[in-house]
Design a protein around this ligand. Sequence first.
Ligand code: PMT
Length: 223
Amino acid sequence: ASAQSLAGRRILVTAAGTEEPLDPVRYLGNRSTGRMGFEVAAEAARRGAEVVLVAGPTPIATPAGVRRVNVRSARDMHAAVFAEYDSMDAVIKAAAVADYRPAETAEHKIKKSDGELTLTLTRNPDILYELGQKKRHQILVGFAAETQNVAEYARGKLAKKNLDFIVANNVAEKDAGFGVPTNHVQIFFADGRAEDHPLMAKSALAGVILDRLEEALKNKNEK
Ligand code: PMT
């Protein structure tokens, strides 16, 4: 990739986990720190893209040259992503979005009692699936966080969500997935190709993902 190889491109990146509120002080969340998505956003900006980063709660600083939109819940992320989608050339969805949220958010702090407390959860929108349904010119890149049957589940998500490629990490591996500065992934493409990548820094992986994105954008233009 040359210095300005993504100049003129508009890229939306999502990062970090969502928080699904239970009451004014508690939420259901996950272990995503946002590191993976922030590295992708930073590298895309270095390559000259106009980058919008829709981020769940994380203390990580906004990368240089990136426009950041902060969100909290999956529904907030859904609204923020669709507000930008039409004008984007590509979307890279590194965020860990909650599939379920508490059916009700209590107005006041839930008080403890002696018995058990049962939570009822309700489905959140699948943002990436909806992006796939409404895809026109955009290149769509997903992530798959799996703990088993990585290739099978990742290929399933690639097809179901109408993606151009998907980056699959086995989040049960010590040096891959949530929190750590490294990742170990396989990339599966819509045309059936698959790539195994060695363990590497998330910053380096961001470069690999954007190299593949540049190829996909180029192929699209040639068609
Ligand atoms: O943030 P870090 O600490 O650096 O960790 C990085 C990471 C492990 C979070 C990242 O590498 C990763 O795997 N992100 C995707 C996590 C995830 O939610 O995977 P999934 O297999 O559940 O979802 C598949 C895809 O659909 C993802 O692109 C996800 O953003 C998207 N999705 C999922 C559910 C939902 N309701 N809406 C979505 O858009």
